[in-house]
Ligand binder design. Structure first.
Ligand SMILES: Nc1ncnc2c1ncn2[C@@H]1O[C@H](COP(=O)(O)OP(=O)(O)OP(=O)(O)O)[C@@H](O)[C@H]1O
Length: 241
């Protein structure tokens, strides 16, 4: 098991945004967190990525009880808003973040070339990021999250605001990473993306209301689409933009 969460809660002041939540995620899964805006997806994945501290409950990642420094080094996190430097080139951004991960010399060069090719940005590496398209910026953010060879990658709405063709290319990257043995946790409120996950947690108002493969969730609710299944469980709906 890569992630094991038991009775986790999160409150900001008096408002509880994650109700007692338990969840297990296995190695090599593409696990999706689906839910309407404000359901708590970002808060939950931020706790897993070690960015937000739980209010109560237990979290074990790579067999280590959190908080702990060791599992954090095995996690790559891609936030909703990118942390890229727009006045630097793609390659310079990767160099900057490599230094943060303490990657040096030949290893640094190798990792930068590898992640650039993984996200198909090699031929654009010398362009300033401010001249990148939205999709290229998302792909560069993904490359940054992959630099230090994480075993778990946490992606918060990696394809938001991206056209269907580029969305498809990001999903192809994710499948490649899964093949390489990586565990992938991804948030989305786009139904057709949810279909692409091995398993899904449907979230609503700070709670997980159902967990299963897309096929299981549809079978259980006797529905034909994830959107209908979500409605069946009492979730809200948002359409792809
Ligand atoms: N730092 C914070 N302080 C106070 N409330 C917060 C904070 N961060 C998030 N919240 C609240 O927690 C709830 C869940 O927010 P969260 O961002 O986790 O939802 P989400 O499902 O990721 O939504 P979206 O799809 O819009 O990203 C919201 O009501 C939000 O206002």
């Amino acid at each position: 098991m890569v992630i094991q969460i038991t009775d986790l809660t999160k409150a900001f002041g008096k408002t509880t945004v994650i109700q007692k939540t338990s969840l297990s995620i296995e190695k090599g899964e593409i696990f999706g967190m689906l839910g309407p805006s404000g359901a708590g997806k970002t808060t939950l994945v931020k706790m897993i990525a070690g960015i937000e501290k739980p209010s109560s409950g237990e979290m074990v990642i790579f067999d280590q009880k959190m908080p702990s420094a060791e599992p954090i080094q095995k996690i790559g996190y891609m936030a909703q808003t990118d942390g890229l430097y727009h006045d630097l080139t793609g390659e310079e951004n990767l160099s900057f973040f490599s230094a943060m991960y303490h990657l040096k010399g030949k290893k640094r060069q190798e990792r930068i070339s590898h992640v650039l090719s993984l996200v198909n940005l090699t031929e654009h590496k010398r362009k300033l990021v401010r001249n990148y398209s939205g999709g290229m910026m998302r792909r560069l953010s993904l490359a940054v999250a992959l630099l230090h060879e994480p075993d778990l990658i946490v992606l918060d709405e990696p394809t938001v605001g991206i056209d269907p063709v580029l969305r498809q290319s990001i999903w192809e990257e994710l499948y490649k990473l899964k093949e390489m043995g990586m565990t992938i946790l991804v948030t989305t409120h786009v139904m057709d993306e949810a279909e692409k996950c091995d398993r899904l947690a449907m979230m609503r108002e700070g709670s997980i209301i159902a967990v299963g493969s897309p096929a299981e969730l549809k079978k259980e609710t006797e529905t034909e689409t994830i959107e209908q299944a979500f409605l069946h469980y009492g979730g809200g709906v948002q359409h792809a933009h």
